[in-house]
Design a protein around this ligand. Structure first.
Ligand SMILES: [Zn+2]
Ligand SMILES: [Zn+2]
Ligand SMILES: [Zn+2]
Ligand SMILES: [Zn+2]
Length: 545
């Protein structure tokens, strides 16, 4: 079973090492950026371990599975109404919360949580244990508890109107056909003996009574109620289980503001899941119908002063991982000469190698140059801000990336122009191969045969697009090759296969490949339909007076 943790008298030694940890982290960040890791010194530090109380509050709430049984049946505790059942179930909750099995089930559930419940989101959990049955016995609504009800067909009279005689009780006499007279032996008319000249006799079906026995109740006037199985009662059954509703709360009332801010920055849940704090789960107790599972977290916070090259950097450090919460951008003044070199590099090709060497003295600038050789500015920005939290200001990061991107464009301009020429030549070769061979005719015929004639121009436009993409890739490959030669090898990530941007030459390639494509199409052996249409239009305009 989930035993409570034992809280030590004193926080463990690791709490008092966070300033040292932070110094090491800072050392790794500045290392290779014009500084060495060991140049970061801990001038002064003062560590306090805060004890943060928190608790999970659990309330039990009843759930019901309802059922109906006909008749008066035995099913748990009999109560007068559904409201009484709910009240009875709620009254059981405070006792259920003290149940050892309930507590064990909940503690075992929390054991499965990576933070053992600290900072857990509010949750509901159906409990396996604790079940109780209730029932409410009601009169049957159909028969009002009488087990039978009036026949609706005969309205409880037992008889219905006779259909044969139209509720008259009489039928036409079959001997005289209703005329009252019959023909005598000598041909004269004599009165009908059968109906005594009335022409009518009693209805055979109702014997003159006008009504017949009701076929539904067989004249009994009542029908036995089958809804309640002829008992007059219903038993409503309630199978009750509890579910737990739990929420975690930290006791913040007595905490100073700055401590609360640190907790919010680190994240309450993350104190446990990211190992910022040492967390103890204490013995559970019950109070006011609630099960309370208390916690205590030990969170170290240090006031630190780092000393770097004689300069003092006050800083806040929090959590067992020694996270630096705030510090002046240590690297800004140090990498500034490197950023200046990138700026000069972006202005032109003068002294490129010396400037590249100057910028590449700094690890972060090498990473930016390398990143831009493969990726977009936005991606590089994200990587840099992630890799150098706090130690470089946002302004310096953005400036470094902007100048580096311009520098990469400047130093790879020549190769990109070469790429544009080569790429356009490749595209032109492709277009020529298409238009000066049977390929275009074959293709056009096939498209027409398939009934897609109206897409013929689109298909040819696709040929242009393929050529353009080839040219665009050629420019980027040439730029990549040039950067590989120009940048120091330690600045290049050989595993990264992304290509640098094509720059303005990429845009120029749109025009050059378009011209090559149009020329090939106009001088094709078999001019495409759209070229003929175009020529006709031009001819008409030219021929007009
Ligand atoms: Zn009934
Ligand atoms: Zn008659
Ligand atoms: Zn009748
Ligand atoms: Zn009836």
């Amino acid at each position: 079973m989930s035993e409570p943790d034992i809280v030590p008298e004193q926080p463990s030694e690791q709490h008092f090492q966070i300033a040292q940890k932070a110094a090491e982290t800072l050392g790794l960040l500045v290392d290779g950026n014009g500084l060495k890791a060991e140049q970061v010194r801990l001038a002064r530090h003062e560590t306090l371990v805060h004890q943060l109380p928190g608790a999970i509050f659990i309330e039990l709430k009843p759930d019901f599975v309802k059922g109906q049984l006909s008749g008066q049946r035995e099913h748990g505790k009999v109560l007068g109404s559904e409201a009484a059942v709910v009240a009875a179930a709620l009254a059981l909750a405070p006792e259920a919360v003290t149940d050892k099995n309930v507590q064990i089930e909940l503690l075992q559930l929390l054991d499965k949580d990576p933070a053992r419940g600290w900072g857990i989101k509010p949750f509901k959990h159906p409990l396996k244990v604790t079940q109780k049955e209730f029932c409410v016995v009601d009169r049957c609504t159909k028969c009002a508890g009488l087990a039978q009800y009036n026949c609706t067909t005969c309205s409880g009279t037992g008889g219905v109107g006779c259909v044969n005689c139209g509720v008259t009780g009489q039928a036409p006499c079959p001997a005289c056909y209703g005329s009252g007279g019959v023909q005598s032996g000598d041909g004269g008319r004599i009165p009908c003996q059968r109906c005594l000249s009335t022409g009518k006799v009693l209805c055979l079906s109702c014997n003159g009574a006008k009504t017949v026995k009701c076929g539904i109740c067989r004249g009994q006037t009542k029908i036995a109620c089958t809804e309640c199985d002829r008992s007059g009662f219903w038993t409503h059954t309630y199978d009750m289980t509890f579910h737990a509703e739990a929420k975690f709360e930290m006791d913040r009332e007595l905490m100073p503001k700055d401590l609360q801010e640190i907790i919010d920055t680190l994240g309450v849940r993350e104190l446990a899941t990211e190992d910022h704090a040492e967390i103890f789960r204490l013995n559970q107790n019950t109070e006011q119908k609630l099960l309370v599972i208390p916690f205590l977290a030990f969170l170290p916070i240090a006031n630190v002063e780092f000393s770097i090259e004689g300069k003092q950097y006050p800083s806040g450090v929090a959590g067992l991982t020694g996270k630096i919460m705030g510090i002046d951008p240590v690297l800004d003044p140090i990498i500034k000469p490197g950023i200046n070199a990138l700026f000069k590099l972006s202005k032109g090709p003068l002294a490129a190698e010396a400037l590249i060497a100057q910028a590449c003295k700094y690890r972060v600038l090498r990473q930016i140059l390398s990143g831009l050789s493969h990726h977009s500015k936005k991606q590089v920005y994200q990587t840099v801000t992630r890799s150098y939290p706090l130690v470089i200001s946002d302004r310096f990061t953005k400036a470094a990336i902007k100048y580096a991107a311009d520098a990469v464009l400047a130093i790879s301009k020549g190769p990109r122009v070469k790429g544009l020429i080569l790429g356009t030549a490749i595209a032109a070769a492709l277009y020529a191969g298409y238009y000066f061979s049977p390929a275009q005719m074959y293709n056009a015929a096939k498209i027409a045969a398939l009934g897609y004639g109206r897409y013929a121009f689109g298909a040819e436009l696709a040929v242009w697009l393929v050529g353009y993409i080839l040219a665009w890739l050629t420019i980027r490959y040439m730029a990549a090759g040039a950067l590989q030669k120009l940048l120091p090898s330690e600045a290049l990530d050989k595993t990264d296969t992304g290509l640098p941007t094509a720059g303005e030459q990429g845009t120029h390639a749109l025009g050059t490949t378009m011209v090559a494509w149009l020329l090939c199409a106009f001088f094709a052996f078999q001019k495409p339909a759209w070229v003929l249409t175009l020529l006709k239009m031009v001819g008409k305009t030219a021929g007009a007076p």
